[in-house]
Ligand binder design. Structure first.
Ligand code: BV8
Length: 228
């Protein structure tokens, strides 16, 4: 990778699968029989806040029993040694990249360990259960909700992501099905701006045809092999 200066790495649920966190669309990707598309919407939150809060409480609680895997650790090593620009854009809401030591990263779909005030927009660190109607310390409203980007809501940091992709020499996608936009469209943007593109995934994804190279296998093997 000597000719490459600026890197953008997109990660999805597949990078956390070997840590024991379920993916969304694979076998067992349902939660209490619900598809993420049915629970992860403003309509579901309004209609059944208990269900939606319970969905994210369960996933927040699961974080305590999992640890980063070799793929997270390899990306963290890359982050500490890479002298060019580097941005890890994760669709994941777990904290495994951070716990592995990654710093130049952002969560475009929100974070389990954060709560969002629906009244004032404040994002506050949160661990443990988040009941509907919890009070916001910033504005006092009983309006805290999971700090999760639902379907139909704008992902975080889109301008920053698009600028990074536009100046990337290499765009790498790891562990994502390419089912959800705008993340699934980043590879097309990268190619438009002339970046090389590489996909590391367990199986071919909806976006594989857009990548110049796709390597198939578990992230815990493919990512260290690529980084090191
Ligand atoms: C928006 C929250 C606009 C957090 C999530 C029709 C066409 C195009 C787009 C749309 C459309 N209809 C609606 C849309 C837009 C919609 C969308 O894309 N829908 C899809 C379903 C068609 N997108 C949105 O609504 C987005 N917002 O567009 O806003 C807007 C504009 C202006 C103003 C306001 C709004 C918001 C999308 C975010 C939704 N939130 N989750 C959470 O609950 O976790 S999405 C959810 O899916 C997760 O975030 C997840 O990250 C994401 C993608 O899933 P993956 O990470 O890829 O996981 P998946 O299970 O699918 O795949 C895992 C992969 O890993 C597989 O390929 C598997 O093979 C691989 N794997 C498994 N094990 C391993 C492995 N790989 C390596 N190693 C292993 N061991």
């Amino acid at each position: 990778m000597n000719a490459v200066r600026n890197l953008v790495i997109l990660t999805g649920a597949g990078i956390s699968a070997e840590s024991g966190l379920a993916t969304f669309r694979g076998p067992g990707g349902l939660w209490e029989g619900h598809r993420v598309e049915d629970v992860c919407t403003p309509e579901a939150l309004a209609a059944d806040p208990e269900l939606v809060h319970r969905f994210y409480d369960a996933r927040r609680e699961a974080l305590a029993s999992v640890t980063p895997n070799a793929a997270h650790r390899a990306l963290a090593r890359l982050d500490t040694t890479w002298t060019g620009d580097l941005l890890i854009v994760t669709q994941n809401v777990d904290d495994l990249h951070e716990r592995a030591g990654a710093r130049r990263m952002l969560h475009m779909h929100g974070e389990l360990l954060s709560a969002l005030c629906a009244a004032c927009g404040a994002r506050v660190p949160w661990s443990g259960s988040l009941p509907p109607g919890a009070h916001c310390d910033a504005c006092g409203a009983a309006a805290l909700r999971p700090d999760i980007v639902f379907f139909g809501e704008m992902p975080y940091a889109m301008e920053r992501i698009e600028q990074a992709v536009a100046s990337a020499d290499l765009f790498v996608s790891i562990g994502t099905s390419g089912a959800v936009y705008p993340a699934a469209g980043f590879v097309q943007l990268a190619r438009h701006y002339g970046a090389e593109t590489l996909e590391l995934n367990l199986e071919r994804s909806a976006g594989s045809d857009w990548f110049e190279e796709t390597r198939l296998g578990p992230a815990s093997a493919l990512v260290p092999a690529w980084v090191d």
